[in-house]
Every structure is written in C-alpha cells, then in structure tokens.
Design a protein around this ligand. Structure first.
Ligand code: URA
Ligand code: SF4
Length: 214
C-alpha cells in the first residue's frame, strides 16, 4: 500500500479537518470494501487518548469508533475506573474495517502489519494535534502500531511506560511529555471464559491511567 501520508493535511487546524481528509483516504485497499472511514472522536483537549485496533461491523456502519459491544464495555470500564469520560479521545490504529464475507455475514479480520503501517500517519496527526498526557494502548494491534513488533500485551499491561522512549519511531510522534499504558482490548473481555476476572483486570489497569492524569 502507498500509505495514508499523502491524504494527511500538512498543517491541520483541528481534528475535524483531519477527519474530513481521512474520509477520502486510499492509503491501503481496506477503503474499497469498507463502508466509510471511522476516525477518532472525543475532546480536543483530552488528557487520555485510547487507541484500539480497527472499527468493527457496527462502527463501520455508523462511522464512529467504539459504538458496538466492545465500545459499550470500554465505556463501562472507563466509568468504573474513575476516568472522566469528557477528558477522553478514542481512536483506532487502523481506520477502515477489515472483514471477510461469508454469505450475508461480515467476519472481522485482524489488520495486517501493512495496514497498520499504511494507516499510521493518521494516528501521528491525531497525536500531534491532541498532545495527550497519556496514551492507553488497547491490545496487541495498537501496541504493534505504537511500540513496535516486540510489544506483548501480557507482559506490558498495567505499567506506565515512558514515551517516546518506548516507541518504535519516536521521532514521528511530536509529543513531549507523554506516558503510555497498555491493557487488554475490550473485545478480549467479551471473549474471555472468565469475563468477570478479565473485566476486573481491565478496570484495574485503567485505574492506573486515571491516577496518572490526576
Ligand atoms: N474494536 C476496536 O478496536 N475499535 C472499535 O472502534 C470497535 C471495536
Ligand atoms: Fe487509509 Fe487507513 Fe483506511 Fe487504509 S485503513 S485506506 S490507510 S484510512
């Protein structure tokens, strides 16, 4: 893929302008079959930016991130962790839904490394406008996009990490004093055998995020 860079405005005035530009992105082939670009959403002065994987089926249809089942669970966990929901911006590492058709159904497929790399310029642009204090990495795809291929959610979750020292390409994230915290993806809670324990683990990690921006 050619990557998103040529669609990113060079000096964006705000998130709205980025979002409008991203609607036309053809940086990789995912735009062909997906309904629309699903850009990030939230407060322009958010302290915390959440980075998920990619939009799911519901998000693809509505054009908004985390509005399906995983999103509901994430909002509940944010609330239970004591994070102010108005102090949050939520986005994804990849901004188009990747899926496989099986008859009428659309089955979610993980984005590949090429999609993550192609879509990264949008994430970089969001970060440089938002200048968050803390980035919450939701699961393996976001971790690979932000930290690099060595990222392991099981080993790195629940610990505040310095930024950009931990990032793969620190130079392209023009953010000064920022921390990162990884946790499991809310979909992993929905899939877990022991949902209760998995949910409590997510909330415990997010409490560390809440304390970090107090
Ligand atoms: N899962 C994600 O990672 N992002 C969404 O927006 C929805 C589900
Ligand atoms: Fe562009 Fe990202 Fe969509 Fe690919 S997934 S077309 S890079 S917005």
């Amino acid at each position: 893929p050619v990557g998103a860079q040529q669609w990113v405005p060079s000096e964006p005035r705000g998130i709205e302008q980025l979002k409008e530009a991203a609607a036309h992105c053809e940086g990789c082939e995912l735009h062909v079959d997906a309904t629309q670009t699903v850009f990030g959403r939230g407060a322009a002065d958010a302290s915390i930016v959440f980075v998920g994987e990619q939009p799911g089926d519901v998000e693809d249809q509505k054009g908004l991130p985390f509005v399906g089942p995983a999103g509901r669970l994430l909002r509940e966990a944010v609330d239970d962790a004591g994070i102010d929901p108005t102090d949050v911006y939520i986005t994804n590492a990849v901004k188009h839904f990747r899926f496989e058709r099986r008859g009428e159904r659309r089955i979610h497929q993980n984005p590949g490394p090429a999609h993550i790399t192609a879509c990264r310029p949008w994430l970089v642009a969001e970060f440089s406008l938002l200048q968050p204090r803390l980035v919450v990495i939701l699961g393996a795809t976001a971790g690979r996009a932000l930290i690099g291929p060595s990222f392991r959610v099981t080993q790195q979750r629940g610990k505040l990490m310095p930024w950009p020292a931990s990032a793969q390409h620190p130079a392209d994230f023009p953010v000064a004093e920022i921390q990162a915290l990884a946790t499991i993806h809310p979909s992993a809670v929905l899939r877990a055998d022991d949902r209760e324990t998995a949910y409590r683990g997510l909330v415990d990690d997010l409490k560390i995020a809440a304390d970090a921006v107090k």
